[in-house]
Design a protein. Structure first.
Length: 149
């Protein structure tokens, strides 16, 4: 399941809904990404996430489908927020569920690595009224390469 939304999500409710009534699930792994302090000494800071509606959801569906092809998943969930977010706000939730823990761990890790490099989101970091677009990081590309077949 994929959702791209501006509103916050309830982690506990989302995890409960993902595994509800599926007693084949033996392991569930999740990751929640949060906005961190960009500059701890700054008074005003935020991150604005932009996306291209339609294209973003399509790419997230392709990434999720790739995980379902690689691992025997019972369920998966990707929620990614957009808009203006402040330190401590939730950005993303990725969760995978499988009969066995290893598939849940690996697929969750895979989804986050691929989201960082393949999902069409743009980040603007704002510190004390000045904005700067965030460039892709080499470390994110390196993390993605380990999953390429």
């Amino acid at each position: 399941m994929i959702r791209v939304q501006s509103e916050d999500f309830d982690f506990g409710a989302e995890i409960k809904a993902l595994s509800r009534d599926n007693h084949q699930i033996g392991g569930l792994c999740s990751f929640v990404g949060l906005v961190r302090d960009i500059h701890p000494d700054a008074e005003n800071q935020a991150m604005t996430l932009e996306h291209y509606p339609g294209m973003t959801e399509k790419m997230l569906e392709e990434i999720e489908q790739e995980a379902q092809t690689r691992w025997p998943l019972e369920a998966s969930l990707i929620i990614h927020r957009f808009g203006r977010l402040e330190p401590g706000d939730q950005i993303v939730l990725v969760a995978t569920a499988s009969r066995h823990r290893e598939a849940a761990f690996e697929s969750c890790h895979f989804l986050m690595d691929w989201l960082k490099t393949k999902a069409p989101f743009w980040k603007l970091e704002e510190v004390d009224g000045k904005g700067e677009w965030v460039e892709a990081r080499d470390s994110d590309d390196k993390a993605t390469r380990k999953w390429q077949q």
